[in-house]
Design a protein around this ligand. Structure first.
Ligand code: AMP
Length: 371
């Protein structure tokens, strides 16, 4: 299957080939034709599957077919996502894929001053990506009108609920037009999510790709057992011995992340932390430095790492084992994206052994032992 066969237009095909995308991923193959027809979509998929392009490409194609009032652009597509990092990435994707189209997009999120965001909104955009709080806030202040909305995307619905955004989502549903195309994405579909989906979607097409637990199959994994006090040395050894140039290291706590950064720096391994206590700017700087290859290790907590998307990331190290087994799958899923090689190491001390047992239950295999 090619992108051309999915019915995409030339200006979009050009951007895709410039990005080096040769073939659509399964979710793109299944979603794009139905979305181009204007159908609602219930997508059971996590990041790393090519989900963003699956919705961004048909949105771009549909909006470019509409006449644009260049002096008075109206928001025609709204994408709501739980974290700033995800929001930024989605907007970047729209810009990349829509490079040859006359559409404008922007992104808004909380935790930073609103004035730059308002300035861009005032100039007019066709596509808006937002986190829920800032969206409602700017709407209330009168800087956003959603009256002309045609497409609404709710991304990562399960995380949205986990993060307590349900009321914001309900408020939002009251201010968007009833007549619209709606897309709903979630990695998991427990009953509350299904209920929410029902209130948003009409006769949706269901698209399901790789359930969470099977991601683990494409990534090489190894687990090392040691005493708590030996963890830090083992971490440094693993980075050195494997000549890692770029590694994402996970800790369970913010404090833990800072301690790991200090230790790595002491051992001449350049690193920065990314967690909730850092300002939005500091987090973005750390992420950028990592993406540009200026630092070897990015040390992250789970919340901070949600949805961060680093192209061609090969190495992930779990410095601490997560106590929620699905988190393990999400963490290692940061590596080996879009067909690249991914290798995940975990360092386990005696207190974490029960977590490993739970993880092995959900991934349905034993993680190979490294020692
Ligand atoms: P997503 O699931 O949207 O976070 O996408 C995961 C990664 O796959 C991103 O880095 C995309 O740039 C990349 N990607 C998306 N679609 C394709 C494709 N058809 N071919 C190659 N890479 C892709």
């Amino acid at each position: 299957m090619t992108f051309e066969q999915l019915g995409l237009i030339k200006p979009i095909l050009q951007s895709l080939s410039a990005e080096g995308y040769e073939n659509p991923t399964p979710i793109q193959e299944k979603s794009i034709p139905t979305l181009l027809k204007g159908t609602d979509l219930l997508g059971c998929a996590q990041t790393g599957t090519g989900k963003t392009a699956a919705f961004a490409l048909p949105i771009l194609q549909q909006l470019q077919a509409d006449p644009i009032d260049f002096k008075n652009r109206k928001i025609k597509a709204l994408i709501v996502t739980p974290t700033r990092e995800l929001a930024i990435q989605i907007d970047e994707s729209f810009k990349t894929y829509g490079k040859h189209l006359p559409l404008k997009s922007t992104v808004i999120f909380g935790g930073v001053n609103q004035s730059k965001q308002v300035e861009i909104l005032k100039k007019g955009v066709d596509i808006l990506t937002a986190t829920p709080g800032r969206l409602l806030d700017l709407h209330q202040q009168g800087f956003i009108s959603l009256r002309d909305l045609k497409v609404f995307v709710l991304d990562e619905a399960d995380r949205m609920l986990d993060m307590g955004f349900i009321h914001d989502v309900k408020k939002l549903l009251k201010i968007i037009p009833e007549k619209r195309q709606s897309l709903f994405f979630s990695a998991t579909m427990p009953p509350p999510i299904q209920e929410l989906a029902k209130t948003i979607l009409r006769n949706p097409t269901l698209v399901e790709v790789t359930p969470v637990s099977s991601t683990a199959e494409t990534i090489q994994q190894k687990i090392y057992f040691c005493e708590t006090a030996e963890k830090k040395n083992l971490l440094v050894d693993l980075i050195h011995d494997n000549r890692m140039k770029s590694v994402l290291v996970f800790t369970r706590t913010k404090h833990g992340a800072d301690k790991v950064v200090k230790w790595l720096l002491k051992n001449q391994i350049t690193s920065m932390a990314i967690h909730g206590n850092k300002s939005q700017n500091a987090r973005q700087n750390a992420l950028n430095a990592f993406k540009k290859g200026e630092i070897t290790a990015l040390v992250a907590t789970d919340i901070a790492a949600r949805g961060i998307d680093i192209d061609e990331l090969k190495w992930v190290i779990n410095f601490e084992i997560p106590n929620i087994p699905e988190t393990y799958v999400h963490r290692i899923g940061r590596s080996g994206r879009a067909g690249n090689e991914g290798i995940a190491f975990s360092i386990c001390d005696p207190t974490e052994r029960t977590y490993v047992r739970d993880i092995e239950k959900i991934i349905k295999k034993q993680i190979p032992r490294g020692n």
